[in-house]
Design a binder for this molecule. Structure first.
Ligand code: FAD
Length: 468
């Protein structure tokens, strides 16, 4: 039977993989990974994410080895080299058909269109599968046949139209006969010029991801709805790095929920249904990115907000990046990000809103800083989250809703535990004082005074939005 080529990208697993399963039905499989570091860097990804990408590809190679599927590797730098690299492999090995799972951001979509065109021209069939989402973007639309721009109706339609088949989990293919194709060494991927911060927190590979999912369901999921907003509590799944690179599929997550919730996704256990909602947010942002390509061009979703006059404030931006704003919850969160490559969702909202509202600094600077540090950095969710916080996006927080960081701190870190963990200089203060250390102690604590006054900053942001 003729050889099938499977191109892996952000779907680094053998289990429940639409393209791989379809290819293996047709014949023996060869796999390929195209490393595009130059393009990833241009997209803003930093060492933490790229290191995890490397480790995940190496783990994928092991999983594929066990199935006798060789994984080829090419370094292409940029996406526009993809079509030629794949065609070369296809010619060299007499590939019958190319298979890959689709990605939805603009550059990835364009690259895939180029590849499909090049293969068509060469006379080799190629197919892109919808794998990362339950509904292919464009198949879940409003009554007016438009893409949803608000989450709640999207989520309702998602649940209403979902069929069992969309959650069907595919087995990994059976072990195939050995092929006489030499692997090129993924182990020899070049070293990174920056050191990642936190390799131990997310061990690579699909077994590690499935174990983490099982642990979440056993230990945290049932209280997810109560604990998910408290950064000092390990209450969320921390599966985002695996989901972002497709080491784990959303279908595995949904099936795991159903098996702990009498087969339900929307009813039953409150912890589990709340968690499902977050996974639907993930899908929502992928639809948004595909349906509104302007967001991939660094444009705001709400077009009228293009005119907003963001402040040029390098010093403020630096203080935010370094966790020196004088707002302990913001500073603790930024230090968590820089030191671990991950930040709790509640704090992503608080810090993003602080940058875009209190400092009135362009959200795109923050979006990029997050991607540079996040191990789970993923364009659709990151862009969606930032535009939400900056009130420029879908479902945007109304511009007049501006989180008071100190109130957020007292609500979601009531005992100041999270603050004490990341700001040891404040840990000796009584819990209540950690949210806003007294002015007369700042010098002794070696902690900065607030770089903006909440009320005045809020007013400034309101005026900037009103001026639109
Ligand atoms: P859980 O609470 O356990 O949720 C399970 C999964 O659902 C997550 O792993 C993630 O895949 C998805 N999810 C959860 N919340 C959201 C959300 N609000 N939007 C979209 N998907 C969600 N998520 C990323 O994966 N990559 C990013 O680059 C990213 N950047 C963000 C930037 C901002 C400003 C904001 C406000 C949010 C961002 N998020 C991002 C969404 C969210 O903060 C993270 O997915 C979540 O904190 C990851 O932790 P977890 O795996 O424990 O999530």
């Amino acid at each position: 039977m003729a050889l099938q080529l499977v191109w892996f990208r952000t779907d680094l697993r053998t289990f429940d993989h639409s393209a791989l399963a379809a290819a293996a039905e047709k014949g023996p499989v060869v796999a390929v990974f195209l490393r595009s570091v130059e393009q990833w860097r241009e997209h803003g990804h930093g060492a933490n994410k790229i290191d995890f990408w490397h480790r995940s590809v190496r783990a994928l190679k092991e999983s594929l080895n066990a199935l006798n599927i060789p994984l080829l590797h090419r370094d292409i730098g940029r996406y526009d080299q993809a079509a030629e690299a794949l065609l070369e492999i296809a010619r060299e090995h007499g590939i019958e058909r190319l298979h890959f799972n689709r990605q939805y951001p603009l550059n990835e979509h364009r690259r895939d269109a180029q590849v499909l065109e090049a293969f068509k021209h060469e006379g080799i069939p190629a197919h892109g599968y919808h794998d990362a989402v339950a509904f292919a973007p464009g198949t879940l639309l409003t009554g007016k046949n438009e893409y949803y721009s608000v989450f709640t109706p999207f989520s309702k339609a998602w649940h209403k139209n979902l069929k069992d088949s969309q959650l069907h989990v595919l087995d990994a293919p059976k072990k195939q006969a050995e092929l006489s194709i030499g692997n090129n060494s993924i182990a020899a991927l070049p070293e990174l010029d920056q050191t990642p911060v936190n390799q131990k927190a997310w061990p690579a590979g699909e077994d590690a991801a499935s174990d983490a999912l099982a642990r979440f369901l056993q230990k945290r999921a049932k209280r997810y709805n109560e604990q998910r907003d408290f950064p000092a509590v390990a209450g969320t799944s921390e599966l985002s790095p695996y989901l972002a690179l497709g080491v784990l599929s959303y279908r595995q997550c949904m099936q795991a929920v159903m098996s702990h919730n009498s087969g339900h996704l929307a009813d039953g256990d409150k912890g589990l249904t709340t968690w499902v909602n977050e996974l639907v947010w993930r899908e929502f942002y992928q639809h948004v990115v595909f349906g509104f390509p302007r967001v991939s061009r660094h444009e705001p979703f709400q077009e009228h907000t293009k005119a907003l006059e963001w402040r040029d404030d390098d010093e403020g931006f630096k203080a935010w990046c370094e966790g020196r704003t004088g707002y302990p919850i913001v500073d603790a969160a930024m230090r968590q990000l820089v030191n671990t490559g991950w930040m709790h969702n509640r704090l992503r909202m608080v810090t993003a809103m602080f940058l875009s509202k209190h400092l009135l600094i362009d959200w795109r600077r923050g979006e990029r800083f997050f991607l540079e540090h996040l191990v789970d950095g993923e364009f659709c969710s990151n862009n969606g989250g930032w535009q939400w916080a900056a009130s420029t996006g879908t479902d945007a927080a109304p511009y007049f809703r501006i989180f008071n960081p100190t109130t957020q701190s007292t609500r979601f870190d009531p005992d100041g535990e999270f603050i004490a963990e990341w700001l040891p200089e404040l840990s000796e203060l009584p819990a209540k004082a950690r949210h806003a250390p007294p002015n007369d102690m700042l010098t002794k604590l070696d902690y900065p005074e607030p770089i903006v006054d909440h009320k005045a900053a809020r007013q400034r942001a309101l005026e900037a939005f009103k001026a639109l």
